[in-house]
Ligand binder design. Structure first.
Ligand SMILES: Nc1ncnc2c1ncn2[C@@H]1O[C@H](COP(=O)(O)OP(=O)(O)OP(=O)(O)O)[C@@H](O)[C@H]1O
Ligand SMILES: [Mg+2]
Length: 303
C-alpha cells in the first residue's frame, strides 16, 4: 500500500457524499495466507449520524474487516475501494485515516509503562490534528504548543469535560496506559480516546476476549454519550446483547466474508431468537454448522 495522498475522487457519487463511509466490493486476504480470501466482496455505506452494527458468528470475518479498514499490515486488500471524504482511504496510512476523522478503536492495545493516560491522549490528539495536506510545514506543528498545538490549559479543560461525560474518576488520567488495566478499564480508555479525538467515523471491534457484561456496558454508555449528528459508528460485534444497550439504525449480518442480510433492529432481535441458521439458509448458505457460539457474557458478572 502506498502512503501518498490521493486526490479527491472524480466520481460524482463520491464527491456528493462526504458524510458517508463507502465500502465497495472489498476483498481481503491475510498476508500470511494469500490463497485464503476472508472478505469476498463487502459493500457497505455508513453515514455520519448513523449507527451500523455488523453481527456475525466467530470466524465470519468481522475483525478482518476492522483491520482492513485501519490498514493493518497483516491484511491485504486485493480488490475494492473504501471512500471517505472523497478519498480512497485504502491508499492512506493509518495515521492519515485518523487525521481524516476516522477512529479505529484498537490501535493501542498494549501497555505503555511510564506514559500516563493524559500524556498519551494529548500526543494522540496533537498527532490527529496535524493538517493532512501540510506534512512538512515548519510553521505548524501541533505537537509544539508554540506552533499550533493545543495549549496545556485547553487540553486540561477538554480532558476534564470528556472524563466527566464518561463519568471517569480523575485518577484515571494519571495512570499508565493500559498497565494493569482490567478489560473494563481498557474499554474506558478506548472510549476516552474516542471522546478526546472526536472522530466523525468510529469503527469499533468489540472482540470477545475477556469482555464481560460490565465492559460491554462501558462501551455502550461511552458510545451513547458521544452520539451526535456528525458521528457515524460501525459497531462490530458478535454479542447480540450489546445491541440491547446501543440501538443501531442498521444491522448487517456477515457470514463467510459477505454481508448476507441487512435490516433494522428487528434483524438483531430475530438473530437473538432464531440464531444465524435461518438467515444463512435464506441467503443460500449452508447453515448446517451449528457449532456452539462463544457464550454471551452472563449479566452482572464482574471482571
Ligand atoms: N492472519 C491470518 N491468517 C490466516 N487466517 C486468518 C488470519 N486472520 C484471520 N484469519 C481467518 O479468517 C477468518 C475470519 O477471522 P476474523 O478474526 O475476521 O473473524 P471474526 O468474525 O472477527 O471472529 P470472532 O467473532 O471470533 O472475533 C477466520 O477463519 C480466521 O482464522
Ligand atoms: Mg473478531
Amino acid at each position: 500500500m502506498t502512503d501518498t495522498l490521493t486526490q479527491p475522487s472524480a466520481s460524482s457519487a463520491v464527491q456528493d457524499d462526504d458524510r458517508t463511509l463507502i465500502i465497495r466490493d472489498l476483498h481481503v486476504v491475510p498476508v500470511a495466507d494469500r490463497s485464503r480470501e476472508i472478505l469476498r466482496g463487502i459493500n457497505l455505506e455508513v453515514r455520519q449520524g448513523e449507527v451500523h452494527a455488523i453481527m456475525g458468528r466467530n470466524g465470519s470475518g468481522k475483525t478482518t474487516l476492522a483491520y482492513a479498514l485501519m490498514g493493518h499490515p497483516s491484511y491485504e486488500v486485493t480488490k475494492g475501494e473504501v471512500f471517505w471524504k472523497g478519498r480512497d482511504i485504502l491508499k492512506l496510512s493509518a495515521d492519515k485515516r485518523s487525521r481524516l476523522g476516522i477512529f479505529l478503536a484498537f490501535q493501542y492495545p498494549t501497555a505503555i509503562p511510564g506514559l500516563s493516560v493524559a500524556s498519551f491522549l494529548r500526543t494522540a490528539l496533537n498527532a490527529r490534528n496535524r493538517p493532512l495536506d501540510q506534512v512538512n510545514d515548519p510553521d505548524r506543528d501541533p505537537s509544539d504548543l508554540t506552533r499550533g498545538g493545543i495549549s496545556m490549559g485547553d487540553y486540561r479543560r477538554l480532558l476534564r469535560e470528556k472524563m466527566a461525560l464518561l463519568k471517569l474518576d480523575e485518577a484515571f488520567a494519571a495512570r499508565y496506559v493500559n498497565e494493569g488495566f482490567s478489560g473494563g478499564e481498557k474499554k474506558r480508555l478506548e472510549m476516552l480516546q474516542m471522546a478526546v479525538l472526536q472522530p466523525q467515523m468510529a469503527i469499533l471491534d468489540e472482540t470477545d476476549s475477556g469482555l464481560d457484561i460490565d465492559a460491554l456496558r462501558i462501551v455502550a454508555e461511552g458510545v451513547n454519550a458521544q452520539l451526535n449528528p456528525d458521528l457515524g459508528v460501525l459497531l462490530i460485534t458478535h454479542y447480540q446483547r450489546l445491541l440491547n444497550y446501543i440501538k443501531p439504525d442498521v444491522v448487517h449480518v456477515l457470514a463467510q466474508g459477505l454481508i448476507v442480510a441487512t435490516g433494522g433492529r428487528d434483524l438483531a432481535l430475530r438473530l437473538e431468537e432464531e440464531g444465524y441458521a435461518p438467515i444463512l439458509r435464506e441467503a443460500g448458505m449452508e447453515a448446517a454448522d451449528e457449532e456452539p457460539e462463544a457464550p454471551e457474557p452472563a449479566d452482572g458478572s464482574s471482571h
